[in-house]
Design a protein around this ligand. Sequence first.
Ligand SMILES: Nc1ncnc2c1ncn2[C@@H]1O[C@H](COP(=O)(O)OP(=O)(O)OP(=O)(O)O)[C@@H](O)[C@H]1O
Ligand SMILES: [Mg+2]
Length: 334
Amino acid sequence: MTGPGEGTPLLEISGLRVELPHRSAGMVPAVDGVDLHVGRGEVLGVAGESGSGKTMTALATLGLLPHGARTSGSIRLAGRDLLGLPARQLRDVRGKEVAMVAQDPRTALHPMLTVERQLTEHLRHHHGVGRRAARAEAEELLDQVRIPDPGKALARYPHEFSGGMRQRIAIASALAGRPELLIADEPTTALDVTVQAGILRLLDRLRRERGLAVLIITHDLGVLSSLADRLVVMYAGRVVETGTTAEVLTAARHPYTRGLLDALPEGGTATMRPIPGSPPALGAVPAGCPFHPRCAHARESCRQQVPPLLEIGPARESACPVDPYAPVPLQEVR
Ligand SMILES: Nc1ncnc2c1ncn2[C@@H]1O[C@H](COP(=O)(O)OP(=O)(O)OP(=O)(O)O)[C@@H](O)[C@H]1O
Ligand SMILES: [Mg+2]
C-alpha cells in the first residue's frame, strides 16, 4: 500500500521562474527557480511573508499570471507539462483537474449568477452530470462548508451572503468540479477562528475521503500545523526550506523559518518576536542569500553567493549552508 505523496507526484514544478514587467527595471523575477511537488492525496503547505512569490507560483500553475508575465521551467500535472499547453486545453484542466480558491475573495464568485449556477456548471459541462444530480451534489457541498439551509442558499446570489459565507461558497465552488488538486491561496485569512478551523477540517476530510491533493498557501505557519503533510518555505521568490510539517515546525534549520516560527503567537500569549526588517521589493532582491540583511547568523559568504537548496536529510532541504542551531559539541562547551 502506498501512502499520500508516494509514487509519481500529481503536481511537479521544476525550475519555475516567473518574471514580471517592472516600472524601471525591465523584467524582474518574482519566482526564481522554484521546485516543488504534491502527491495524490497529499497536503502541501507553502508559507512565507508577503511578496515571497506564493501567489505567482499558484497562478503560473493555472496559467492565470498577470498580463506581460514571462514563465520558464516546467509545471507537470500527472506527467503533462502545463506550461506548453494551448490556452483551450489549459482551460479544460482548470476547474476539472485543478481548481483554485483565490486569495482575493471578490474574484472567486460571479456576482450575477446564482449559487446553484456557479456550483453546478462544472459538474454539468465537464462531468456530464444531469441537472437534478448536480443540484443534489451542490447542496451537499454547501452543507459540507456549513452554509445553513443549503437548498435555499442555491437560489441566492453572492451579495446576499456575508464575506465569510461567500468565502465558504467559493471553496464549495472550487470543489464542485471534483478536481484532483485544490490550490487554496490564503483560504481562511479573512475568516474568524471557528470558521477557519471548520474549513481546515473540511479540507482534511476531503483529502481522506476523496484523495484530494491540496496545495495550501499562507503566511501563517500555525494554520498549516494540523493539515499539511509537508511544508515549503519561500522567501524572495525562492524555496529556502522543505520537510515534513513536524520536522520543519519542531526543528527548523533555516534562520528565516526560525524567524517565522518565533513571530507566531504561542498559545495565545504574546511571545511573538517579529523578524526585523521587511522582505525585499520586486527588483530589489539583495545579492547573495536574499535573507542575509535580516539574518543574525549571516557571514561574509552569505553576502556573496546565493546558497543552493541542499538536502539535509530524507525529503528535507535547507538553503542555509551554516547550521546555526546545531547543538554545540560537549568539548567545545568545556
Ligand atoms: N500584477 C502584478 N504586477 C507586478 N508585480 C506583481 C503583481 N502581483 C504581484 N507582484 C509582485 O510579485 C512579487 C510576488 O508576489 P506574490 O503575489 O506571488 O507574493 P505572495 O507570496 O503571494 O504575497 P502575499 O502573502 O502578500 O499574498 C511581489 O513582489 C509582488 O509585489
Ligand atoms: Mg499571495
